[in-house]
Design a protein around this ligand. Structure first.
Ligand code: NAP
Length: 320
């Protein structure tokens, strides 16, 4: 079905990690080259750069201009994920390379993890687990009291698809909502704040659901964390690049914020070791969309975009 006019399957470079059953489906449809990581350059890749017409890649994989320039016949980069901050979109545009992503299908799962991190952090769920396993309940008595989300304000940086679903979940737990976007929405009842600092001052839990990339690099800096204050919590399910991690470690050390729940980091999988020491920090290995159901839907949508391109149809999710 995806054969070109000469009957050959289009050659696609697939950058891991993408679930094995999606790789198997892609292998049926395309002449597939699998790259274990975007920084690797095995002979199978270098010997075939001229044949590669498409890339299937996690949206955060660093596919820069130099890498795309290696593949002179590249036509499409299909991102596995809604974020596509890893790819140099302006190079792709300049060279007529289409870029697609996988919006919507992951929104619920990512919002679920945002709520799970909010609850885990405020209610000391992971700290409590460590406390029981270490025998401290028996030897030291009850864990210090935690905090209820009820009545607290959740400030959302990036009130888009995921932010809206997180807001719904937080409201079900009795939280009020406020937000900061670059532009105010006219279709939501929530108070708008014109900067991340103003939102941090106004809320108790600051949740990040905006895109990564240059526009949001270190948006959450020392000033924002200071505005969040000693009773405030930071939840990041956006991208690690959105947070100045050194400033975060400093704020946690100085107890000038109350805690953090983090799914994403600036240099994954390298997590700043200083974070390991804080009982009031919950860490996740960038797994907000990582359910079998959602990753399957994301993988199928990535393939649908590649197929649409090679069959000359409009891409379902073209971003560039
Ligand atoms: P979306 O619907 O496009 O929402 C993005 C929101 O961010 C919009 O409300 C947008 O409003 C705001 N925004 C964009 N640029 C901004 C900026 N420079 N400063 C402040 N706000 C900005 O996207 P989505 O589907 O909700 O996904 C959001 C992000 O979540 C993705 O880009 C991805 O990085 C992240 N994500 C993470 C995981 C994970 O595994 N942890 C999984 C999926 C997605 P304005 O345009 O008005 O500013």
């Amino acid at each position: 079905m995806s054969e070109s006019s000469d009957g050959a399957k289009p050659c696609v470079l697939l950058i891991d990690p993408i679930p094995s059953w999606i790789v198997d489906r892609a292998r049926d449809l395309f002449d597939l080259i699998v790259l274990p990581h975007e920084d690797e350059r095995p002979a199978e890749f270098l010997d075939n750069v001229d044949r590669i017409l498409g890339i299937a890649m996690p949206g955060f994989a660093r596919v820069n201009a130099a890498m795309m320039a290696l593949m002179p016949n590249l036509q499409i980069a299909a991102c596995f994920g809604v974020g596509y901050d890893g790819i140099d979109v302006s190079y792709a545009k300049q060279h007529g390379i289409a870029v697609s992503n996988t919006p919507e299908v992951l929104t619920d799962c990512v919002a679920d993890l945002g709520m799970a991190l909010t609850l885990a952090t405020l209610r000391k769920v992971v700290e409590g687990d460590r406390y029981v396993r270490a025998g401290r309940w028996r030897s030291e008595g009850i864990l210090d009291l935690s905090h209820s989300p009820r009545g607290r304000c959740l400030g959302i940086v990036g009130l888009g698809r995921i932010g809206m679903e997180l807001a719904k979940r937080a409201e079900a737990f009795g939280m009020t909502i406020a937000y900061y976007n670059r532009s105010e929405r006219d279709d939501v009842p929530y108070p708008y704040h014109a900067s991340a600092v103003a939102l941090a001052e106004a809320c108790d839990v600051l949740a990040l659901t905006c895109p990564g990339g240059a526009a949001t690099l270190n948006l959450i800096n020392a000033e924002v964390l200071e505005a969040l204050g000693p009773k405030g919590y930071l939840i990041n399910i956006a991208r690690g690049s959105v947070v100045d991690e050194a400033a975060l470690v400093q704020a946690l050390s100085a107890q000038s914020i109350a805690g953090a729940g983090l799914d994403v980091f600036a240099d994954e999988p390298m997590v700043p070791e200083a974070l390991f020491a804080f009982e009031n920090v919950v860490l996740q290995p960038h797994q907000a969309s990582a359910t079998v159901e959602t990753r399957t839907a994301m993988g199928n949508l990535t393939i649908d975009n590649l197929l649409a391109h090679f069959q000359g149809r409009l891409l379902p999710n073209k971003v560039a």
